[in-house]
Ligand binder design. Structure first.
Ligand SMILES: *Cc1c(COP(=O)(O)O)cnc(C)c1O
Length: 360
């Protein structure tokens, strides 16, 4: 075809969403399929949220509030910040794209780890920016290396804490030390999608307010993980008013749909559900660590709801073997896989399947 597809697309591939649960059931004649590939919430979401969504569905013919007013109010009250310092989006994914669209010009440099969230790559490529990758050190972000990689062309740095897919975190002291080295002309995107799962006391707990001290910082959170609303698409970011004012220029008018706005407001009110999710995650984590130790498997201790492990066998082969047994995991690279911590029953199914696949 002779159509003018942008050059940037040549180095891009569409997200491989893989087979659906239904595809796998059909293909292997299975009734049970456990999806432990996308860090989704094994407890779905709060019952209160389901009730809210049902009610909000009463007038779907009316456009949603383009400013997500009630949701901004709810987030502002929950975190003790101003409504003008918050931007709800259609998942953090939308914000990632908008940040690239707001700050990156063709040829600008953007820094990220080699093992990190893939959406940063797509967004940066769409902006025709040059990606500078800094290898992880002991599976954790190499903050010193990332700061050293800054040149006069650097415009934006992507930090993920805890990091996906490795599950490692850096401390508040490390974040401050890093920020003190960053020129105020470089934007730092700080993605905290899994913040609620962190158990380490040195995690930067008040990071959502850091844009006050560092106006070049944008902090992203999401309702997709601990709140279990991945299917509705709603995330939120904290940033300086002037930053949000500029991002707002490229935001699509009705970016957060009506059901998502209503659901997120209610989700914040049910912290008992959040606690249940975190407790289950911690229980699953201990169980899986113990099993991996007994099996002699190297795993990276996690601060999130997934574990990164070295199965010492080609990850795609392990993926196939697991899939045949109705267990979907994420093959990452070489002999590394990532598995989402599920219900205790799912964790046991996963271990049983993994033992079989590794002894094949
Ligand atoms: C899951 C995830 C998100 C959240 O994405 P949504 O678009 O909000 O669903 C953001 N960042 C990372 C690193 C994630 O793993």
């Amino acid at each position: 075809m002779k159509l003018p597809f942008r050059e940037a697309l040549n180095s891009m591939t569409a997200y491989a969403s893989g087979k659906t649960i239904e595809d796998i059931q059909r293909e292997y004649g299975l009734t049970r399929v456990d999806k432990l590939a996308a860090n989704e919430n094994p407890l779905n979401c709060s019952e209160k949220v389901i009730e809210t969504v049902r009610k909000a569905a009463a007038n779907l013919s009316i456009y949603p509030d383009s400013n997500s007013t009630e949701l901004k109010k709810a987030i502002a009250a929950f975190y003790g910040v101003k409504e003008t310092e918050i931007m709800p989006t259609s998942g953090s994914d939308e914000m990632i794209n908008m940040l690239a669209g707001t700050f990156l010009n063709p040829g600008d440099e953007t820094i990220m780890a080699d093992f990190t969230f893939a959406s940063y790559i797509t967004a940066s490529k769409m902006a025709d920016a040059k990606i500078i990758t800094v290898p992880v050190r002991n599976f954790a972000l190499n903050l010193e290396g990332m700061a050293e990689a800054i040149t006069d062309k650097t415009r934006l740095i992507w930090l993920c804490n805890p990091n996906n897919p490795t599950g490692t975190m850096f401390t508040e002291a490390e974040l401050y030390e890093f920020m003190s080295k960053i020129p105020n002309t470089v934007v730092v995107v700080y993605d905290e999608a899994y913040a609620e799962f962190v158990t380490d006391p040195h995690y930067p707990r008040d990071s959502f307010k850091l844009y006050r001290q560092f106006p070049n910082m944008i902090v992203m959170r999401t309702f997709s993980k601990v709140y279990g609303l991945a299917g509705l698409r709603v995330g939120y970011s904290f940033a300086h008013e002037e930053v949000l004012h500029n991002i707002n220029k490229i935001r699509s008018v009705f970016n957060v749909n009506k059901l998502a706005q209503a659901a997120a407001v209610t989700a914040l009110t049910d912290q008992a559900f959040v606690k249940k999710v975190i407790d289950l995650n911690n229980e699953g984590k201990s169980y899986l660590y113990k099993q991996f130790e007994e099996m002699g498997i190297m795993y990276v201790p996690t601060e999130a709801n997934y574990i990164f492990l070295d199965v010492e066998k080609d990850c795609n082969e392990v993926f196939k073997g697991m899939e045949r047994r109705g267990i979907i995991i994420r093959p990452v690279k070489e002999t590394f896989i990532r598995v989402t911590i599920g219900t205790m029953e799912q964790n046991k199914v996963f271990i049983k399947g993994l033992k079989e696949v590794l002894s094949e």
